[in-house]
Design a protein around this ligand. Sequence first.
Ligand code: GLC
Ligand code: GLC
Length: 811
Amino acid sequence: MKYGHFDDAAREYVITEPKTPYPWINYLGNHDFFTLISNTSGGYTFYKDAKFRRLTRYRYNNVPIDNGGKYFYIKDGDTIWNPGWKPVKTKLDSYSCRHGMSYTIVRGEKNSISAEALYFVPLHCRGEVQRVRLKNTGSVKKSLKLFSFIEWCLWNAEDDMTNFQRNFSTGEVEVKDSVIFHKTEYKERRNHFAFYSVNTPIKGFDTDREAFIGLYNGFENPDVVSDGKSKNTIAHGWSPVASHYLEIELNPGEEKDLIFVLGYIENEDDKKWESKGVINKEKAYQMISDFDSSEKVDRALAELRSYWDELLSKYVLSSADKKLDRMVNIWNQYQCMVTFNMSRSASYFESGIGRGMGFRDSNQDLIGFVHQVPDRAKERILDIAATQFENGSAYHQYQPLTKRGNDAIGGNFNDDPLWLILSTTAYIKETGDFSILDEMVPFDNDESKAKSHFEHLEASFYHIVNNLGPHNLPLIGRADWNDCLNLNCFSSNPNESFQTTENKKGGTAESVMIAGLFVLYGNEFVTLCEKIGKSDEAKTAQKHINDMIEAINQHGWDGNWFVRAYDFFGKKVGSDENEEGKIFIESQGFCTMAGIGAEDGRAKQALDSVKERLDCEYGIVLNNPAFTKYYIEYGEISTYPAGYKENAGIFCHNNPWIMIGETIIGRGDEAFNYYKKIAPSYLEDISDLHRTEPYVYAQMIAGKDAFKPGEAKNSWLTGTAAWNYYAITQYILGIQPDYDGLVIEPCIPKKWDGFKITRKFRGDTYHITVKNPAHVSKGVKTTELDGNALASNKIPIVEDGREHEVTIVLG
Ligand code: GLC
Ligand code: GLC
């Protein structure tokens, strides 16, 4: 069953049934002020850091689900309802929720009143604007009461949910005219407060939750709304909230707009107060006046739309498949930007209090958005590199607010350093900006240890070379990309973490996946060295890569597929010799992407084994057979029930590695089949099973060994977004930015007649037409640029700022 539909022209997903199989959410905000909002107006807001600067409260895993948000209650006679259905859940005459590019419009209609709430964060604004548009669609005059409602969080989201002995006594607010100010802890160490305003005089207000809702009520039947009037309460401790009370008269056909602003303000230390105990509200009034009319709101929304027009104009596909076009042109790119902004911090599955930014995650995310915001990508790369250690290893995570490595999570995930080569080379290929290599970047955030960014890449490369195990394969450390393959951990205590617990001494477990990763990104390093005239360095590096290929050939091939790893005792993991976990996806992906076995048929054989053993109706599972008991020598992977997460779940992040591997050996039909299995727009019809949003990827879909194969979890913040975008745009559609041109090397299903792409690259716009008259998957027969034949399928960089026509014929 479907719960809505795509509106591609508006770049929106339109939900028409509020009871979606799980809350379907959207993100508002593009720089440092963010909101998560569900299709029934649930969610919350924070400034920069979802843990330390949480503006509004949210309760995860609540009963009922997704309770708490930005609510408008309408009281029309005895009928009380919300435009987004929740929390009152009065049956609406019509309902829709349009999730667009950084805005959401929730609309409900009841008894001839239509109420539309537009929510967005204007560009360059530390606030959320909400416009409520009320219309009388009937033939009699209406007198309505409208109550707004948000619940403040006491800033630190973790403390807010745990430290009640203090929290219940700290809350403070001020109310002035139509503005409610939240100033908890402002008088001491905080220089920030929040406010919630409306652009019209109010009849009343409330700021004390208990008074507004009633101690034994829920959001669905607040006392104040049932009574039809505010109590004008000022919160002292307990739980401060903000609610405005408005009375509205509407003649038949009449429409009225109300504009609410939820804002965040910082004041300098000497400007905190207007008078003793009264906060300085100057900046708040400025923000309020920026959006105090519908014209101003329209203008801000138009600016936001043109910002997205620009971002999404860099790569535009026109194919015969609408579901593909909407993924490539709209939703996959959108998800990549959200992932860039959020990393793994705040979604409906990530609570926003747990994780910092991942070293490996953030580097990989970059391949999904570097073409959209190259400057911010550069800044991100340098921030990440600054947390690296001199020996090339890295903190596994760093904190976005301080940009420092996180001691608590530690390091020694031995794949981490190599991803820096991927992100940096992707950045240079997109922009041509080699100067990033000369930037002076600290190690371990210590300026006195700064070296050039190129030396950071060198350190990354040699961290692998300097940490080889008994088979000359890379030592795995705590884990590689698979956080749950903890081969040196041996944990028997349920109270300790697999990722941070002291590893058993003398661990020499090795990873074939890192070996493949090293060959792939090591080759990128060699090419980069050659490009910048370091040919000796390139030669030396090449020798190390050749040795690694040799080691993989000797110890990494199992007969029908690539081995996954060697454990602490030197026994194979991911081999036919094993009883469970005979084959794993990661080493098949990275070895085939690196071209290992491409010439002698082993790459094809490995991918055939993937098809035979790992593929299923809903995607490619991570390993097979699934582990059915705990293997202390493997760690967390074997703690998950069979078919979930890293234990034979469809971990969507790694499926594109196989898609790309398939394109390397020229099998476009297989590659695209895998693509369609997990791309959300193709799963819209099975939303009841899939459950998460049909417009964004989830991290994991339950695999074939699970209780409910096909059921997804953990949508939005996942490396899946970037990797699928990379696979479809660069390897299946085949438009690859390179240092000195745009390489066009599609690998598509044979039955396709072709497709068109507009790609903005280094200041020029290329209109690329790919034709497939011979119905092949791969192989470029002719290439034309502006009517002239080219000798190769690399379009040189013209750099004249103009539009160019490119025609490619496959055959
Ligand atoms: C999660 C982590 C990522 C890891 C993956 C596999 O997505 O964020 O770092 O590689 O799980 O364990
Ligand atoms: C990754 C994995 C998850 C694991 C976690 C440990 O996010 O996806 O399964 O539990 O890392 O930190």
